[in-house]
Design a protein around this ligand. Sequence first.
Ligand SMILES: C[S@@+](CC[C@H](N)C(=O)[O-])C[C@H]1O[C@@H](n2cnc3c(N)ncnc32)[C@H](O)[C@@H]1O
Ligand SMILES: [Zn+2]
Length: 224
Amino acid sequence: MDLIEVKVLKMKELALSKDLIKKVHKAAGCKSPKASVKEALEEWLAQQPRDWSDHSPTTSPFIDVRQSPIHGTGIYAAMDIPKGTKIIEYVGEKLTKKQADKRWEEHCALVEQDKSLGGVYLFQLNKKYDIDGHVPWNTARFINHSCDPNCETDIAKGHIWISSIRDIKKGEELFYNYGYGWEEFEDHPCLCGSYRCVGYILNEDMWPKLFKWLRKTSKPFKKR
Ligand SMILES: C[S@@+](CC[C@H](N)C(=O)[O-])C[C@H]1O[C@@H](n2cnc3c(N)ncnc32)[C@H](O)[C@@H]1O
Ligand SMILES: [Zn+2]
């Protein structure tokens, strides 16, 4: 590699990191425009978690939102993300267990009429409250399911996070396992296309039961 090539590469690197710094500053609402990416990320993380009454759409310097080949809109890594990073908070309406039970029943009644409706977005937060993530300000609701996920949901200090379970490369789509139960999986075929895909959106604990069921019902095992 000659000197000019090295200079061009260095300039490209510089332009890339300037873009990244701008993006991180914007998402973080970073006060000091001279701060580095690391400082801006730290500032953003220090502002979390957000207040439940804040209904402005959530954002994160780690994500891009765009069309997914798997389903509708998806969320992508805007930069390399190390394992164990809290990527974005999963927010929503905070419901008492009684309110959440009512919402679940209403949703089941709707699904009875239209099987294509998605699963309910209820998350158990603690013994007292559940979170309904089906609200326009919850950007994390766009994260699709995969049978080979790179993220998981994580509860810390009364808030739900989408966290990376392995190092993720810039541009990869983010996924977690939705953990649907046995009662509902048959209405939710999985299109994740990963080498581990079991053909349905189903909690991994249930996979042995699924394989037995597939053998018994002689349903073809979907391998893409
Ligand atoms: C929480 S939304 C995910 C965001 C969705 N892409 C959108 O644009 O609204 C959940 C719905 O996305 C679809 N979905 C997510 N992951 C999927 C997958 N691996 N295979 C098939 N459909 C999926 C299902 O219809 C599911 O009910
Ligand atoms: Zn799958």
